[in-house]
Design a protein around this ligand. Structure first.
Ligand code: COA
Length: 380
């Protein structure tokens, strides 16, 4: 066996520079292009943050109007894409639908490979605009409801809530707290340096492939429960526990069996996820505005305390822990929590694709062989 040092899971490996975001586990901070994420969530819309990630600066008022116009006018899906979504099995995972629909849209690109930075940005704008339409259509078809066409007079979050729930009196669209909470979640999910899905997108970009392929790879990586799929798993956990009075015992038993509790821990943050305080406050405010939701808050607090008190490294929640119940309270079906994450992370992925393309080097690590020694093929 070789004595080569192996960085299992690439843990601790610094693979490249990035100017998109800075994750600092020592100070629990996350900066997008230099701005603290909690300040962006408090003061900006998701669209301003998308612009920031792609262009490096927040937009002026005129730039924002232009950016919104470009995005809002390309939300519609053509009939062929609608047909692809409608033809997918009703019981497949929604991430599979998204992956297929994006692949399908990519086949219409007149260029087979990435041509320029502007080509990447144009594709990013198309994806930022159309992914919510695909997700909303998929949500509704599974509920036996018809397609609601996008509106180009509404912002990103409002338009998505409209396409999923319409504008009836119970729609989250008519609840300012829901709109605010959802928009904040989009900002917090937008970008997080070299996480698995972003790295997958960068690997594909490094081969000089095309943006659509990079995004499809990223979607595949995000689907996993150790990454984006954790927000779904959190809500399944909470539903399984059901009664806050059972939460403490449930978590202790899980830890005793050395099983993972989803929504806790992080590869980089070991002293707390910088995004959690903002999302936790938004989730608790949302719950206070939805009668009957108090039990999720109670369970949230108990689980967080039990995990902290009963692990040697005081494991804390990650962003998926408050986001899961927040989306549930708003009325989203659990399998759609990860596609909703994609609606946001497409901004970070695109920013990294631009960065990789601008300063490319093929990503191709080495491996240490630990298989059989050379031997002879048996002959008859
Ligand atoms: N539940 C229970 N135990 C956990 C845990 C969790 N969520 N996260 C970490 N641990 C345990 C590990 O099993 C390990 O135990 P060991 O020392 O006995 O082997 C110890 O805590 C240290 O783990 P750590 O090195 O900090 O984790 P990691 O960097 O290898 O993994 C994650 C990070 C995110 C993959 C891991 O925390 C996890 O699987 N979390 C649940 C999934 C999740 O919420 N993912 C979303 C991430 S944003």
């Amino acid at each position: 066996m070789s004595d080569t040092k192996i960085y299992k899971g690439l843990a601790g490996v610094v693979a490249d520079y990035t100017a998109v975001s800075k994750v600092n586990p020592d100070t629990n901070s996350l900066l997008y292009r230099g701005y603290p994420v909690q300040d962006l969530a408090a003061n900006c819309s998701f669209e301003e943050v998308a612009y920031l990630l792609w262009h490096g600066e927040l937009p002026t008022a005129e730039q924002l109007v232009e950016f919104k116009k470009e995005c809002w006018n390309s939300r519609e899906l053509n009939q062929r894409t609608i047909d692809v979504v409608m033809s997918m099995p009703l019981d497949c995972h929604p991430m599979d639908v998204l992956r297929c629909a994006i692949s399908f849209l990519g086949a219409d690109d007149e260029y087979h490979f990435t041509e320029s930075i502007e080509h990447i940005k144009k594709t990013g704008r198309a994806l930022l605009s159309k992914i919510p339409t695909i997700v909303a259509l998929d949500i509704r078809r599974r509920r036996g409801e018809g397609y609601i066409t996008p509106r180009n007079d509404l912002g990103f979050t409002e338009n998505f809530l409209w396409m999923v729930f319409g504008d009836g009196p119970d729609s989250p669209l008519n609840k300012p707290g829901d709109v605010e909470c959802f928009d904040k979640s989009m900002i917090l999910y937008a970008e997080h340096s070299f996480n698995a899905s972003t790295f997958a997108a960068r690997v594909v970009t490094s081969t000089q492939s095309d943006v659509w392929s990079s995004i499809v790879a990223a979607i595949g990586a995000l689907k996993g429960p150790l990454h984006g799929g954790a927000n779904e798993a959190v809500m399944h956990t909470m539903i399984e526990i059901d009664d806050p009075a059972r939460a403490d015992d449930w978590a202790k038993a899980k830890l005793a069996r050395k099983e993972l509790v989803m929504g806790f821990g992080h590869r980089v943050y070991k002293k707390g996820d910088s995004r959690v305080p903002t999302m936790e406050a938004a989730f608790k405010k949302l719950a206070s505005e939805h009668p009957g939701s108090e039990k999720w808050v109670e369970m949230y607090d108990i689980l967080a305390q039990t995990m902290y008190d009963n692990t040697s490294i005081n494991i804390r929640p990650n962003l998926d822990f408050p986001t899961g119940p927040a989306y549930y309270i708003m009325g989203f079906d659990i399998p759609f929590f990860t596609p909703i994450f994609v609606m946001s992370r497409i901004t970070g992925w695109t920013a990294h694709i631009i960065e990789q393309y601008e300063n490319n080097s093929l990503i191709r690590p080495l491996s240490a062989y630990n298989g059989r020694d050379q031997r002879e093929v048996p002959t008859a």
